[in-house]
Design a protein. Structure first.
Length: 93
């Protein structure tokens, strides 16, 4: 059984942080850094690789689902915002 648990809040220009003017999903960027840190703390390269692969796959899937929903909800406004920002990592993704 599949459940969608993604919600939409109103996009307000004043709520944008300096980081969200560069990347659209700063929360996922922060979670990725925490996951990498946890993998390094374990001092096991296999665990680090597993955390990075699972984390990357889950974040990419979630980001795509959220962006589809945001495009459907906000249309052109979100498209303009997405043209000016990177999804997760500047110059990479």
């Amino acid at each position: 059984m599949r459940h969608e648990v993604v919600g939409v809040l109103t996009i307000q220009r004043k709520s944008l942080t300096p980081l969200s003017l560069v990347v659209r999903h700063p929360g996922y960027l922060g979670m990725s850094l925490v996951e990498i840190g946890a993998g390094l703390a374990v001092s096991n390269w296999i665990v680090l690789a597993a955390i990075m692969v699972v984390g990357a796959l889950s974040h990419v899937y979630r980001i795509q689902a959220e962006e589809e929903m945001l495009k459907a909800k906000y249309g052109k406004q979100y498209e303009v915002y997405s043209e000016k920002t990177w999804r997760l990592l500047p110059f990479i993704y």
